[in-house]
Design a protein around this ligand. Structure first.
Ligand code: FAD
Ligand code: MLT
Ligand code: ZN
Length: 485
């Protein structure tokens, strides 16, 4: 995976950093010795750990003095037992591709990396159930289940670096959710180590598709961002690999027409529709300027829609996509439409969409967002933000998983203007989203980025209940402190 630019390194908005909580012990030599006893000397790192202390966006950096690299649940249990007894704060970390600063320390928390948790892999081709440790890279799992004719039910641009444990902990979305549903639809069971006095190892759920013998408590850990327990293993369903994958791009004049096209895609492509992604003209601009990519649609449309289908019959699926394109063009909903006729054309279309993130990091300081919005106000926010930040920002771009109502409104600025742009954007955009019935995190999570705004639109009753769940799982509050729970 491409690396982000170094332009924004070290940026941090001081108002968002809570002070160090003095209830937490600072680690000492005796703690390190104990960790070495549990893991062996090589897997307790105190040097060359900068990459574990900085997040992918380079917005956040912590001061974790040590990185622990366990390879079994039992080792994690022994670590958490010790940390509970000494009240040492711990941050679980997987592939460190998160975009909200959730997986790195805020102060001096110990970093517990699950990268070496990649021994178990078991797949049942009859049921499509995958049972594995959480340290597997998503792309590697895709390859392994692919050998059985299956694929993972979700896919993201960070697939080459993110780990399944991180995906579960953020409840990652991505580009297949429209077709296969969220990770909740696929989760069957989890192995979790709790940060309690015993370092309890709990198996939740089972590998059965249907099992109503208990509360489905494992679902609480999806999207819990490492604040309830350390997930060490998963049982989940995979989906059969499509035989035919078709993609097409459309050039569209107005957002209203994009909405109409989505409805038509749902009816005309029906069961084979697997992605419906949006890129506005400004997104294409950043790809052209910073990566020298050219758009597949040559008429520089206001909006670009990328549609993908996944099915079992190439001729049938191509014909369906042809009919869909023809309909959109003849009804003048789209000005332009191209169907990928080769694997290379398909790759070029997806390269545009998946490279938006990296192209933006080359632009300067990036203010990233991942909103869920009702479709009638989906693009209105981008237009309002454009008018609001005016000449202070470099670019205001919108792309995203439109089929899921998930907009990625990104604003870039120079380093000099960053503070000004930040103040123009926040809390304005978050309040706007909540007021319009949306969510301030569709998929990336809260982490450090959105922590001050996590209560927006939430009732006191809900907040109190969730706080008491946190205390139940993590009585001394040692797991990933200073974050949203
Ligand atoms: P990390 O970043 O290491 O951790 C994420 C969070 O999970 C942290 O809070 C951490 O404490 C916690 N955690 C990690 N492992 C465990 C564990 N075993 N037990 C308990 N807690 C744990 N996200 C999307 O949803 N959709 C996208 O389309 C998407 N595209 C992306 C594209 C790019 C180019 C990049 C850089 C990121 C993208 N992301 C996307 C964001 C990111 O990749 C996802 O959030 C991913 O799920 C994070 O996985 P990770 O392994 O890197 O986790
Ligand atoms: C995406 O959909 O490309 C990802 O969520 C990353 C981003 O928001 O840039
Ligand atoms: Zn996304």
């Amino acid at each position: 995976m491409l690396k982000p630019s170094r332009l924004s390194r070290g940026l941090r908005f001081a108002s968002q950093t809570p002070p160090r909580d003095t209830r937490y012990a600072r680690i000492n030599d005796a703690d390190l010795k104990n960790f070495e006893k549990i893991l062996g000397k090589s897997y307790v790192k105190t040097e060359e750990i900068d990459s574990f202390n900085k997040d992918w966006t380079k917005w956040y950096s912590g001061n974790g003095a040590c990185v622990l690299l366990p390879s079994t649940s039992e080792e994690i249990s022994a670590i958490l037992r010790h940390c509970h007894e000494r009240r040492i704060a711990v941050v679980p970390q997987a592939g460190n591709t998160g975009l909200v600063g959730g997986g790195i320390p805020v102060h001096d928390e110990v970093i517990l990396s699950v990268r070496r948790m990649n021994r178990e892999f078991d797949f049942d081709p009859d049921t499509g159930v995958l049972s594995c440790d959480v340290g597997h890279v998503l792309e590697e799992l895709e390859g392994k289940v692919g050998e059985f004719g299956y694929m993972m039910p979700f896919d993201l641009g960070a697939k080459g670096s993110c780990l399944i444990g991180g995906n579960l902990s953020t409840c990652a979305g991505g580009i297949r959710l429209l077709r296969y549903g969220s990770l909740h639809s696929h989760l069957l069971g989890l192995r979790v180590v709790l940060p309690d006095a015993k370092g309890s190892l709990v198996e939740f759920g089972s590998e059965l598709r249907k099992d109503n013998t208990s509360l489905h408590a494992h679902h609480l850990f999806l999207g819990s961002e490492g604040q309830l327990g350390v997930i060490t293993g998963v049982k989940m369903t995979c989906v059969t690999k499509p035989i035919s994958v078709q993609s097409a791009m459309l050039g569209v004049n107005t957002f209203d027409e994009c909405r109409k096209i989505l409805r038509i895609a749902k009816t005309k492509l029906g069961e084979i529709l697997s992605s419906f992604e949006l890129m506005d003209r400004e997104t294409i601009g950043v790809l052209e300027d910073n990566l020298q990519f050219s758009n597949v649609i040559k008429t520089n449309p206001r909006f670009n829609i990328l549609v993908e289908t996944s099915g079992t019959n190439i001729d049938h699926d191509r014909e369906k996509v042809d009919n869909f394109l023809e309909y959109c063009l003849s009804e003048r909903l789209a000005n332009d439409g191209v169907q990928a006729k080769s694997a290379e054309e398909h790759r070029l279309m997806w390269r545009l969409r998946e490279s938006a993130t990296i192209a933006l990091t080359l632009d300067g300081i990036v203010f990233k967002n991942d909103f869920s919005l009702p479709l009638h106000s989906f693009y209105q926010l981008t237009e309002e933000v454009r008018a609001r930040v005016g000449g202070a920002a470099k670019r205001v771009v919108c792309y995203g998983h439109m089929g899921d109502g998930n907009s990625h409104l990104n604003v870039t600025s120079t380093k000099e203007n960053a503070d000004r742009v930040y103040k123009m954007l926040y809390p304005f955009v978050y309040e706007w989203v909540v007021k319009h019935g949306g969510s301030i995190s569709a998929e990336h999570g809260i982490g450090q980025l959105k922590r001050p705004y996590v209560n927006l639109g939430k009732s006191t009753e809900e907040r109190n209940l969730i706080r008491s769940l946190k205390t139940l799982f993590d009585p001394r509050e040692i797991l990933n402190p200073y974050k949203f729970l």
